[in-house]
Design a binder for this molecule. Sequence first.
Ligand SMILES: *Cc1c(COP(=O)(O)O)cnc(C)c1O
Length: 361
Amino acid sequence: MNQIAPQPGIMDIALYQGGAAHLPGMANVVKLSSNENPFGPSPHAIAAAQAALAGMHRYPPTDHAALRAAIGAAHGLDPERIICGVGSDEIITFLCQAYAGPGDEVIHTEHGFSMYRISTLAAGATPVEVPERDRVVDVDAILSGCTDRTRLVFIANPANPTGTMLGGAELARLADGLPGRVILVLDGAYAEFVDGFDGGAGLAGTRPNVVMTRTFSKLYGLGGMRIGWGYGPAAVIDVLNRVRGPFNLSAPALAAAEAAIRDTDHAGRCRAENARLRVWLADALAAAGVPSDTSCTNFILARFASRAEAEACDAHLQSRGLIVRRVAGYGLPAALRITVGDEAACRRVAAAVAEFKAAAA
Ligand SMILES: *Cc1c(COP(=O)(O)O)cnc(C)c1O
């Protein structure tokens, strides 16, 4: 062969479909397609990032010691067992790169987050999809999907795009049931939205083969800055640090994240507003004839009778300046994922969905 070719698996990767951001020619558009914080980041995070810009001729710290200390203090975790990445997406990439290769299998679930499959293929490994049960991760399906080639299992808890989650007993049963050579990755991107949930930190702190990932992109409103982190056994964190680029996080990103995690008032207000508006929106949609599972996140998975009805409702929402997310690519063609916006946005969504249902009736 005398021509260039990428590594096996790469061309099987479907390009990531992000949430749409624009409706050409439409004013007053609300983007509810990427689970962003409608209230924005902490003003302290903006100020800290701006202050850091003046030093942009300097390389950023490579060990992220200050941010790891702040995260450790906020969550009661050992900073030595924390690694920071360019979004939690980068931690997922590190895990696949370091622990899976050609011939290895990586398990994700039926409606699981698309980055698990993308990072698995990029590492040359084989993604294995196991079923969920009524849009909830099924521990038994994961355990029976394991083979001697399985290296990693990814679940998001709470999950995206379903919004459902497993309780502590089920999580422990999963961790206990997996062979010791398999790493269980608990993606806690939405853990901050669940009162009293540690995101899996307890398991990641006590098991040799459990890792938790977290992000500043959702509750903390820093998706555009790209900051995430992982917590796990010291030996695993050591491995991940070897594949991590030395200057993966910029100085403004580090400064913003540190300020954001210290601003517990802002985070608390955003969490409380999300919880209030999430219930309000779910009830309003249900009253219009659109059911959803109880969400543990900052979005609602609205279910329709068919793919055609979901797509027609999406078109109607767009005509009203509302961008939500189609999730057919996640095996949910008859559903739409709607981020819980601010109160005005929730009212607009509820009114537009009710209008759509009334017109169809
Ligand atoms: C949004 C999201 C993330 C966060 O990704 P970042 O790279 O940190 O922005 C991770 N996992 C899931 C399931 C998500 O929905």
